[in-house]
Write a protein that binds this ligand. Structure first.
Ligand SMILES: *[C@@H]1O[C@H](CO)[C@@H](O)[C@H](O)[C@H]1NC(C)=O
Ligand SMILES: *[C@@H]1O[C@H](CO)[C@@H](O)[C@H](O)[C@H]1NC(C)=O
Ligand SMILES: *[C@@H]1O[C@H](CO)[C@@H](O)[C@H](O)[C@H]1NC(C)=O
Ligand SMILES: *[C@@H]1O[C@H](CO)[C@@H](O)[C@H](O)[C@H]1NC(C)=O
Ligand SMILES: *[C@@H]1O[C@H](CO)[C@@H](O)[C@H](O)[C@H]1NC(C)=O
Ligand SMILES: *[C@@H]1O[C@H](CO)[C@@H](O)[C@H](O)[C@H]1NC(C)=O
Ligand SMILES: *[C@@H]1O[C@H](CO)[C@@H](O)[C@H](O)[C@H]1NC(C)=O
Ligand SMILES: *[C@@H]1O[C@H](CO)[C@@H](O)[C@H](O)[C@H]1NC(C)=O
Ligand SMILES: *[C@@H]1O[C@H](CO)[C@@H](O)[C@H](O)[C@H]1NC(C)=O
Ligand SMILES: *[C@@H]1O[C@H](CO)[C@@H](O)[C@H](O)[C@H]1NC(C)=O
Length: 355
């Protein structure tokens, strides 16, 4: 009888242990390095939906003011409704403001999460926010003395990892990329037009084999080049490949497409009806976003920034095609050695008890 209940206890514990380590992120996420003290910028991070949800619920969870900010970061059509459903285990990019503080980057006072009945800090960190933070990080930034004592209705700042640092002398958008099982550092580098060495260096990885599935990797995204003046209120307006943003009091929409020679493409937004017509100075009937082509040379009425007015500039660029080559993938190791160690000891302990 005693042996049977021991056996039941042991097998239940082992099963629970396996479920816990295989469903939780496979390592404790570290904040990203951010050395430009006090700097602020926009950043992105991958959120893995724990349950079936909607864009509206995600906008609320991450304290994002406008749905179109999420739509733009994911290149979803502007007409996508907020009731748009997302299945469980789906990855979506979350745009948020970042601030550098004591060598690391954190989301700047957002998301602002409200504790609901039944919540615990671990549940909020590991499940609600899919392991983007640890409960200790939430505890630290909110000055919570006892992690077991949080109150329903209490507001918590969830410090997402990010950075505002330049990479290899370039301004970039730091993207917290969730490592999918089976991906490699080289594959991720090629997908996001960066190098393996840069990824290893930014993430303090000794070798490509140190990559773990489920980890949030700091990936620097190249942004489209633009003609925006440095005295513009939205300078430097970094828009990464395959995303769009609204700027200049929602009068201008800018999109980045690497295939259009990495030049930021801006046009009148059509979401704010009180915007003026935006014409290029010195050119008749040449409005923001208008283009003329000659071979692979193009002339565009480009966006140049805003303060009290919206500025434009006549810009020339080349759309001559560039080449790309595909990559090979290396398999990932999902288990950590200390997990294997604990597992082996639990098995040994159980054998001992059942005897
Ligand atoms: C979640 O999605 C990933 C691929 O994105 C897949 O490898 C994994 O098996 C999925 N997990 C579950 C529990 O569905
Ligand atoms: C997902 O749904 C289950 C069942 O409704 C619930 O127990 C769990 O708390 C949910 N997880 C999150 C992170 O909301
Ligand atoms: C969170 O929101 C509440 C209510 O809007 C506000 O009082 C509080 O200051 C916010 N907290 C942070 C950390 O921004
Ligand atoms: C840009 O984004 C498109 C669409 O996601 C993708 O096919 C392309 O490979 C990306 N190019 C670069 C250089 O990142
Ligand atoms: C980025 O992509 C361009 C082509 O679009 C290529 O010439 C360049 O070598 C790539 N950079 C890196 C670091 O892979
Ligand atoms: C702003 O740009 C102008 C020229 O476009 C340059 O002379 C000036 O040094 C720049 N200022 C800063 C702070 O970068
Ligand atoms: C619409 O544009 C006008 C003129 O630029 C601006 O004053 C106003 O704030 C904008 N409204 C919104 C909701 O962005
Ligand atoms: C120029 O831009 C204006 C404003 O966006 C647009 O209405 C017009 O159709 C464009 N003209 C051409 C030739 O593309
Ligand atoms: C494109 O512009 C370059 C110089 O900027 C010029 O040498 C070339 O002839 C132009 N090509 C066409 C097709 O206009
Ligand atoms: C607005 O921008 C223009 C063009 O960049 C600049 O000449 C002007 O000084 C700026 N005005 C203010 C108030 O910053």
């Amino acid at each position: 009888m005693g042996n049977n209940s021991n056996r039941l206890f042991c097998s239940t514990t082992l099963v629970l242990f396996i479920i816990t380590i295989s469903s939780s992120p496979s390592y404790a996420q570290q904040p990203f390095r951010c050395s430009s003290a006090g700097a602020t910028c926009n950043a992105l991070v991958d959120y893995l939906t724990p349950n079936t949800t909607t864009l509206f619920a995600i906008r609320t969870l991450f304290s994002i003011r406008n749905l179109r900010t999420i739509l733009g970061a994911n290149n979803l059509p502007l007409s996508t409704p907020s009731s748009f459903p997302l299945p469980a285990n789906h990855t979506i990019k979350i745009p948020f403001p970042c601030i550098c503080n004591s060598g690391t980057g954190l989301s700047n006072r957002r998301p602002n999460y409200t504790v609901v009945p039944g919540d615990g800090l671990y549940h909020i960190a590991a499940e609600v926010f899919s392991g983007l933070v640890t409960y200790q990080e939430i505890q630290a930034v909110n000055n919570i003395r006892d992690p077991n004592l949080i109150e329903v209705g209490q507001r918590l700042w969830i410090p997402l990892p990010c950075s505002c640092d330049d990479v290899d002398g370039q301004r970039v958008v730091h993207y917290g990329h969730r490592v999918a099982p089976g991906s490699s550092v080289e594959g991720i580098a090629q997908q996001y037009n960066t190098s393996q060495d840069t990824l290893l260096r930014l993430n303090n990885l000794g070798s490509p084999q140190d990559l773990l599935a489920g980890a949030i990797l700091d990936v620097p995204l190249r942004a489209c080049s633009s003609r925006i003046n440095n005295n513009s209120l939205d300078f430097p307006l970094l828009v990464p490949n395959d995303t769009y943003v609204f700027t200049a009091t929602n009068c201008v929409m800018c999109r980045c497409d690497a295939a259009i020679s990495w030049m930021l493409q801006c046009q009148p937004s059509q979401i704010n009806s009180s915007c003026p017509a935006i014409r290029c100075e010195g050119a008749e009937n040449f409005y923001l976003g208008n283009t003329t082509s000659s071979g692979c040379n193009r002339t565009t009425c480009a966006y140049a920034g805003y303060n009290s007015t919206i500025q434009t500039v006549v810009a020339s660029d080349s759309t001559c095609p560039a080449s790309d080559n595909p990559s090979a993938a290396v398999r990932l190791e999902g288990w950590r050695w200390n997990e294997v160690f604990i597992f082996v000891h639990m098995v040994l302990l159980c054998i001992h008890f059942v005897k």
